[in-house]
Design a protein around this ligand. Structure first.
Ligand SMILES: *Cc1c(COP(=O)(O)O)cnc(C)c1O
Length: 358
């Protein structure tokens, strides 16, 4: 295979970031969140590299199936449970644990005719107002689950933080307090923290933490990068120059002619574009590294190509590596330039990009 656009996934960085989670939350078990194809990094290689975690968290049945299909037998939690009763048999076959967040899911379990006994996680809504039961119902619901023949043991108890990345916002402490009041004397382990909770809210660590983004070496906070938090970026997205040329003063580059050379300018064309997940929202001015030297995009991003001003990049030539993000160019910086979050850039890397795991 000879595809220019490539993502390199560093397994040792994944393991180092898992170690960073354990250092930050030393008394908690770790559910490694690897939904959405492990945030675009490839669910199977990431699950392999993170086998030392205590469980995997996924959002879809297909993701659980992919992990089992790779022969991995660790615990898997379906973070949104099943969407339809017909999926329960498959969840049973995959030995997946179920988050129960709605009355409909509770009824599906109560009516489940199969022999399997599911491990469950009761989700309490403490302020996200997305999934979960109101806090005042937690006790009754926990008992109802316990007495259900399809349920193996006391449900674990979880909630999800809505603003943990806002480290001065009192909402997180309120959520933690509400959760603890709602679940007070109940049996079962507790889980609250996402990555921002792990890093900024020790009171949220509880029995299980559920880090996602930090495992990939990326910061959950807008004003800091992963390396600044002691994390190691896992994905390097790179391509190469496939043309180098001079553009005369007054000439426009790319669709719409949005960039015009004010003087004779040497430009490079690299084989990557929004068809690879390099979002068109980046556009002119976005930083790239050409053969290790800082340069920036000019003009619009095309489906397959980007154009780069090579001013200051001495000797750049066809075949040179163009780095879009990675350890030397944090994806957080690109996300800011694109008006989005690094999560979206990472998840957006498409099938066309060749994945290599080191
Ligand atoms: C995605 C997800 C996480 C991980 O969040 P990060 O911000 O990536 O750490 C944790 N818990 C639940 C329920 C999630 O859906």
């Amino acid at each position: 295979m000879n595809r220019a656009a490539r993502a390199t996934i560093d397994s040792s960085a994944l393991r180092a970031n898992l170690a960073a989670v354990r250092r930050a939350a030393p008394d908690s078990r770790v559910m490694a969140v690897i939904k959405a194809n492990a945030y675009g990094h490839g669910i199977v290689p990431v699950a392999r590299a993170l086998q030392e975690s205590d469980a995997f968290g996924v959002a879809r049945m297909e993701e659980a199936a992919a992990i089992r299909g790779a022969g991995l037998d660790g615990r898997i939690v379906l973070l949104e449970g099943v969407f339809h009763a017909e999926q329960l048999d498959l969840a049973a076959a995959l030995e997946a644990e179920l988050v129960i967040h709605s009355p409909e899911q509770l009824e599906m379990l109560e009516q489940y005719p199969g022999p399997h006994r599911f491990r469950t996680w009761l989700k309490v809504d403490t302020g996200m107002n997305r999934l979960g039961f109101p806090p005042d119902g937690a006790r009754d619901l926990s008992r109802r689950l316990e007495s259900c023949t399809a349920v193996a043991d006391s449900p674990r108890l979880m909630t999800h933080l809505a603003r943990a990345d806002a480290t001065a916002d009192p909402a997180t402490q309120n959520q933690i307090r509400m959760f603890s009041e709602a679940t007070g004397d109940l049996q079962g382990s507790r889980s609250i923290a996402n990555s921002a909770g792990v890093l900024a809210w020790p009171d949220s660590h509880a029995n299980w933490v559920r880090p996602g983004i930090m495992l990939y070496g990326v910061s959950p906070f807008e004003d800091r990068t992963g390396p600044e938090l002691g994390l190691t970026p896992v994905m390097t997205l790179a391509s190469e120059l496939i043309a180098v040329k001079m553009v005369a003063a007054g000439q426009a580059v790319g669709y719409g002619g949005t960039w015009i050379a004010s003087s004779p300018t040497r430009i490079g064309v690299a084989a990557i574009g929004y068809g690879d997940g390099y979002t068109r929202h980046l556009g002119s001015g976005a930083p790239v590294l050409v053969a290790g030297q800082m340069a920036h995009l000019i003009g619009r991003i095309s489906m397959d190509l980007v154009t780069i001003e090579l001013k200051g990049v001495e000797g750049a030539k066809v075949g040179d590596e163009v780095l879009l993000w990675g350890a030397e160019l944090p994806v957080e910086r690109l996300a800011q330039a694109a008006g989005t979050i690094p999560y979206e850039l990472l998840c957006g890397v498409t099938q066309r990009v060749a994945m290599r795991v080191t």
